[in-house]
Design a protein around this ligand. Structure first.
Ligand code: ADP
Length: 269
């Protein structure tokens, strides 16, 4: 709480008083701290790959590497660190686009089954490398909803790729669709490493990771879940996560069938 105090005396010197202005700065301060922490995180995340790129290129430029095999290995590191920076910048741009109220979603009717099939196709190569199975249990009849295709695809891909990343060889990833009157749930379940209880309430924070080293090694930016949450909320939906450490994780994405008020008559189920 910030207190401003101004003594007051009228011209005739008859009346005296004071003006107090009380301002609640806790919210202001909280936002400022969040902003500062975000900038510190971004700087750190960009600096790490840059340091590595710099040291490898310097070693090559100084002629310290004499065999082509080692040189190739060094260049591969430089290349993958540059990829990491690209991923980070892409995720940051995506995330900050939700900070301005101007984010415009391109709503249209889309078939949910098709969206899920396309997402599975995109992650299948990675899942196959770990011999993981992706089991899709959707409803048979065509079921459509109104959403921004690219955004919801990204949301689902973020959750699916986490399920793949944080599950072991031969893991099983299940996708279910639950339909309610006005909304539907997409439930993505894995039998992977799970999330410790004490980390659960911080998991949607920007850059928060249970195991920084593991996430980095698997190519994570620590922004996937924050982006997923922003996308769900921008659609008037929500995202929830349940997990048992050592056993697996269930992510539930809840989205409305239609967007905006007054068009609920067009609800397609
Ligand atoms: P990252 O890029 O590190 O994967 P996310 O924002 O997508 O970042 O997720 C944040 C953290 O939440 C991850 O680093 C990981 O520790 C944890 N996490 C997310 N999804 C899962 C999952 N399906 N199983 C286990 N841990 C998960």
């Amino acid at each position: 709480l910030k207190v401003n105090f101004a003594p007051y005396l009228d011209d005739s010197l008859q009346k005296a008083g004071a003006v107090f202005v009380l301002t609640d700065i806790t919210e202001e301060e909280r936002l400022e701290n969040m902003r500062r922490e975000f900038v510190a995180n971004v700087s750190h995340e960009l600096k790490t790959p840059l340091t590595s790129i710099k040291s490898y290129t310097e070693t090559i430029l100084e002629g310290m590497v004499d065999d082509p095999e080692t040189e190739k290995t060094f260049l591969e590191v430089v290349n993958s660190e540059a990829d990491r920076m690209s991923r980070l910048v892409r995720d940051l741009l995506e995330l900050t686009s939700f900070d301005s109220a101007s984010v415009k979603l391109k709503y249209a009717q889309h078939n949910i089954n098709r969206l899920i099939s396309n997402c599975i196709l995109k992650v299948k190569v990675t899942a196959d490398q770990k011999r993981q199975a992706i089991v899709k249990r959707l409803v048979d009849e065509p079921i459509s909803a109104e959403f921004d295709y690219d955004k919801i695809e990204q949301l689902v891909l973020n959750i699916l790729s986490n399920a793949i990343k944080y599950s072991g060889e031969e893991g099983i990833i299940e996708i279910d669709l639950k339909s309610y009157e006005k909304t539907f749930d997409l439930v993505i379940k894995d039998n992977g490493i799970g999330i410790p209880e004490e980390d659960m309430n911080r998991i949607f924070e920007r850059f928060y990771r249970v195991d920084k080293a593991r996430s980095r090694m698997l190519g994570g930016t620590g922004l996937g879940l924050s982006i997923a949450k922003e996308i769900a909320e921008a659609h008037g939906g929500a995202i929830g996560i349940q997990s048992v450490y050592g056993h697996g994780t269930v992510v539930t994405i809840n989205l409305p069938y239609t967007q905006g008020v007054g068009n609920s008559e067009t609800n397609v189920v």
